[in-house]
Design a protein around this ligand. Structure first.
Ligand code: GCU
Length: 444
């Protein structure tokens, strides 16, 4: 789900490093050059992510926590993602538990009601938990149920697309009474089609639980999705066009949704509340970063191929740009961001600011070498530029400014790899996330 061609059929010509693409959504449909040439990257100075409200840089973790982090988070809200909606009470209305994978795991499907309003939205979570080892490792832990760390991610196409298991429920909007028989047939045809992106058994074998829910439960991913999203019920506009300059869009709604699922996960006896990892791919990688930035209960944050509006530095002008992303996806960010198209240098933040919000927790940024639209080098440089936030805590971030060769994971408290191949979330990526979590999750 990346290259321009797939979504918009817009790549029309390649000349040297510059690809001409037609931008949809503008009346004139002017060709806008997409830069793929490192030699044509802008020279830029990044905003100081350690600067507080009066521009004085933090020199201690205390200053960072008290003044700088809240200030930088507010800038990200104001200029990029919009205000963060307030939490609501989360109530599990339905919880089904079944044995899975020949007894090696428990499969949980739960419907969570989000808030008390009569018209409150719901989401359905699909969770797999490893079965506790039959032979306890020490008598002291014999009676205590084991608590597992968990990887949480939102999915694009429904929980049922993430696994071929016929008992996985169809998305709420498909199982709703008003859904057409055609929609149900199409959903059934999608069953298991995304399973390659979520190697459940491999994750379980590594000792992690793993959970997912459909992003559409929080915001259906289209320009008119706002009305069906959680946002109007949380006090925001009914349509994208009616939003105030700093109102959130789908990224804000998806990040909020991740936090609401977390609210429930931490209540489960088998889940270790201090070891919940948020993961996201592509647009949902942008959402995972924003969720991890805003909600410090996430113990580790993973961005996979999140690109523009995710881990990649905007100022570089390589691959997707602010102008392109806000034209094509006006519902993702707050309206203010669109006013910075082609003048990213005027933004008071860049994406290293977002990455820095994760400090001092572990952060993993994953790129793919053929994913040029997402600017893999810009993702790496975002992680490099975020490092001062970890340094404040006496921690090393990546520990290098050298872009590593393909398939060579690196890093200290910030992990990074450049996978060979395309824009995708693959088993290789998940196993590297698990390696990193093994090393850095609290308690390990
Ligand atoms: C498009 C979009 C990217 C996004 C990607 C995806 O390519 O331009 O910003 O990351 O879709 O979500 O797959």
């Amino acid at each position: 789900m990346n290259a321009e061609g797939l979504w918009w059929g817009s790549v029309v010509a390649m000349a040297g490093g510059v690809c001409l693409a037609l931008t949809t959504g503008s009346a004139a449909a002017e060709p806008v050059p997409t830069n793929y040439d490192e030699a044509l990257v802008r020279s830029y100075t990044l905003p100081d992510l350690l600067a507080g409200p009066n521009q004085t840089p933090a020199t201690t973790p205390q200053q960072w926590r008290a003044e700088v982090r809240p200030h930088q988070l507010r800038l990200l809200e104001q200029f990029v993602y919009g205000r963060r909606p307030a939490a609501v009470p989360v109530v599990a209305e339905m919880v089904e538990r079944e044995s899975a994978f020949d007894g090696r795991a428990t499969r949980v499907q739960a419907r969570l009601r989000l808030g008390n309003r009569p018209d409150a939205h719901a989401t359905e979570v699909l969770l797999y938990i490893p079965t506790s080892p039959a032979i306890p490792t020490s008598p002291a832990t014999a009676s205590a149920p084991k608590k597992f760390p968990v990887f949480l991610h939102l999915n694009f196409a429904g929980n049922h697309a993430e696994s071929a298991d016929a008992d996985i429920r169809l998305p709420l909007h498909i199982s709703a009474p008003q859904a057409t028989p055609e929609a149900v047939t199409a959903a059934e045809a999608a069953r298991g089609t995304k399973a390659v992106g979520w190697p459940i058994q491999k994750i379980l074998e590594r000792g992690y639980a793993t959970a997912t829910a459909t992003s559409a439960d929080f915001y259906p991913d289209n320009k008119d999705g706002q009305a069906q999203s959680v946002l109007p019920g949380l006090g925001y506009a009914d349509t994208v066009a009616q939003r105030a300059a700093d109102e959130p869009g789908s990224l804000g709604a998806w990040a909020w949704g991740l936090s609401r699922i977390l609210d429930w996960l931490v209540t489960l006896p088998e889940i270790d509340a201090s070891r919940v990892i948020v993961v996201g791919h592509s647009r949902l990688g942008k959402a995972a970063l924003w969720a991890g930035a805003g909600d410090e209960r996430f113990a580790m944050v993973v961005s996979n191929n999140s690109g523009c509006g995710g881990a990649a530095l905007e100022r570089r002008n390589f691959g997707e740009t602010v102008a392109k992303i806000t034209t094509r996806f006006p519902h993702w960010f707050c309206p203010t961001l669109a006013t910075y198209g082609d003048r990213e240098v005027d933004l008071p933040v860049d994406q290293h600011t977002l990455l820095a919000m994760v400090a001092p927790r572990p952060l993993y940024v994953a790129s793919a070498v053929e994913d040029r639209w997402a600017d893999p080098r810009g993702e790496f440089l975002g992680a490099v530029a975020a490092e001062p936030a970890w340094k404040l805590f006496g921690l090393e971030g990546l520990g290098t400014t050298q872009w590593p060769p393909v398939d060579t994971p690196i890093g200290r408290q910030i992990g990074y790899h450049l996978r060979s191949g395309k824009h995708d979330l693959l088993e290789y990526d998940w196993l590297r996330f698990a390696d990193f979590a093994d090393r850095l999750l609290p308690g390990n």
